[in-house]
Design a protein around this ligand. Structure first.
Ligand code: HEC
Length: 212
């Protein structure tokens, strides 16, 4: 059975045990003291409920949805940027990568992406012109979004979009809510082999993770 389901069931039964029968903590406590066992502690219920919801972007089957507020949401931050040029040196694509502030903090503290970390790579075309700074490129129309969700506990072993410590997803501008990757081993993994030693992420390119 998938782990989130297990945790969810534990949370539900804990919630029922804590108050669902209508007799409340005092009744439980007097029952407990009669039986000479410690009274149940209240705080684990909240912890269990929180961990049952692994990620707001992942459902119980491991289907990944695209975060829609990563450009403007307060919890989001810019992780880094790539400019990809063609053989003439002109911009082919502008890749901007986003994550949440808590992920940056955890990575800086531990050197690892924390469980549940979400990374969004937004790929756009490039507009270009000659400015006072030189040949300048800036992001044009949206093309695709790559979304990776860190999974430290192998939650979805039977789902072909999960493995090697991550959930892997792809969304296209034509239908941005529709996840289109089929199998991360075919659709994603080989291109990330050069960075397998940094948990399959091009982490060296993001100064905010590594520099003071
Ligand atoms: C053609 C090769 C290629 C494929 C296929 C590919 N990636 Fe990547 N990915 C890269 C490269 C190279 C970078 C960093 C440089 C860049 O964006 O130009 C990157 C960066 C990323 C990033 C930003 C974080 C990081 O690793 O630096 C995410 C998120 C990401 N990819 C997710 C995915 C997912 C999910 C898939 C499959 C649906 C996928 N990628 C498929 C080559 C690829």
């Amino acid at each position: 059975m998938a782990k989130p389901t297990y945790i969810l069931m534990a949370a539900i039964s804990a919630a029922i045990f804590m108050g669902g029968c209508g007799d409340g903590p005092s009744a439980s406590q007097s029952l407990a003291s009669k039986a000479n066992t410690p009274a149940p502690v209240k705080t684990p219920v909240k912890a269990a409920v929180t961990s049952a919801k692994f990620s707001p972007y992942v459902d119980a089957q491991g289907n990944i949805s695209r975060p829609t507020d990563f450009l403007t949401g307060r919890q989001w931050t810019h992780l880094g940027a790539w400019a990809v040029v063609n053989e003439n040196g002109e911009g082919n694509g502008m890749h901007n990568v986003y994550t949440t502030h808590d992920v940056v903090k955890a990575y800086r503290d531990t050197g690892k992406f924390p469980d549940g970390a979400v990374l969004v790579k937004e790929v756009r075309g490039a507009s270009a012109t000659t400015l006072t700074t030189g040949r300048a490129h800036w992001p044009a129309e949206n093309a695709v979004w790559f979304v990776s969700v860190k999974d430290a506990t192998n939650r979805f072993p039977d789902n072909p979009l999960w493995g090697h410590g991550w959930g892997w997803a792809l969304f296209e501008a034509g239908a941005p809510a529709k996840q289109v990757a089929k199998d991360y081993k075919a659709d994603c993994l080989s291109c990330h082999v050069p960075v397998k030693d940094t948990d399959w992420i091009y982490a060296h390119a993001y100064p905010v993770l590594n520099e003071d």
